[in-house]
Design a protein around this ligand. Structure first.
Ligand code: SAM
Length: 274
């Protein structure tokens, strides 16, 4: 029930068409698309491509590693891991439209020999046990109530010793959430918890949490920079508004305010499969 609501929240309709029109408006030929041309619109999380690069840099990557992207969206991070690190990436996502758009953009960027997408729930994956070397999950846990369940599934499909990197928005204290936020319009699909809950669920799932990094200062600075840029030169054709819809400005404003009030904080966690 909650998963159908989550997918409904993200489904835009005609998203591929809208993105390709916006690409053309930036002067890029949609038939000669490069993965990086899309970075301002296909990295659906605070900090955009910069945040993905930072996460990847701490994941002990090398060409040919099999990497699982949990909640891959329209595939920006997965294409980055493929194009820049030559990893073999599989993305799984609940939202059918996102998976279709992810596949199409990946074909256009000529990365489909390295990067593939499947539609499905991270809570019930069909991948064989111990089939991935690394996994990451970026801004997805906020939509999943059963943290222990998703971490157990990721642990099952990771090889022992494999690294799981998470970049999610967490709660610092109990406080009423202001909706809408980019991942939910109300509490029915929003399950933001604190870092202790992540740590405990990871440990119970068979991970050793090796490192954590609070990204609040970076996220506030990045978001304020984007807002200032838009105020100065108008909203660019290609941006996360294409994924968030008309509520984008208020969604961003709410998250920024809650980060500044100390209610929310984006955090990276690096956990080793034992
Ligand atoms: C905010 S987007 C982030 C997308 C992507 N990780 C990125 O950073 O560009 C959250 C994504 O998580 C997906 N998602 C939420 N719950 C999921 C679940 N149980 N299994 C798989 N995907 C899920 C949504 O469909 C959506 O694409």
């Amino acid at each position: 029930m909650s998963e159908a609501k989550v997918a409904g929240h993200y489904t835009r309709g005609k998203l591929e068409e809208t993105i390709l029109l916006a690409v053309a408006r930036t002067g890029v030929d949609p038939e000669r698309l490069k993965a990086m041309d899309l970075a301002v619109a296909d990295e659906f999380h605070v900090g955009g491509l910069e945040a993905t690069q930072e996460l990847a840099a701490q994941m002990e990557l090398r060409p040919g590693l099999r990497v699982l992207d949990v909640g891959s969206g329209i595939g920006g991070p997965a294409r980055y891991f493929g194009a820049e690190h030559q990893c073999k990436v599989t993305g799984i996502d609940l939202t059918e439209e996102f998976v279709q758009v992810a596949r199409s953009l990946t074909r256009r960027a000529k990365l489909d020999h390295l990067v593939e997408f499947v539609q499905g729930s991270a809570l019930n994956m069909t991948f064989p046990t111990a089939s991935f070397d690394r996994s990451y999950m970026i801004h997805v846990g906020m939509n999943i109530a059963d943290k222990a369940g998703v971490f157990q599934e990721v642990r099952r499909v990771l090889k022992p010793g494999g690294l799981f990197a998470i970049f999610d928005i967490l709660r610092t204290r109990e406080h009423k959430m202001a909706y809408p936020v980019p991942w939910a319009t109300n509490e029915e699909t929003s399950f933001v918890v604190d870092v202790n809950s992540y740590r405990e669920a990871l440990q119970r799932a068979g991970f050793r949490v090796e490192r954590e990094r609070n990204r609040k200062a970076f996220a506030i600075e990045f978001t304020e920079r984007a807002i200032a840029r838009a105020a100065q030169s108008g909203h660019p054709a290609l941006s996360l508004r294409l994924l968030m819809g008309e509520l984008a400005p208020v969604m961003i404003k709410n998250v920024l305010a809650m980060m500044k009030e100390g209610v929310l904080e984006p955090v990276e966690l690096y956990a080793r499969a034992e």
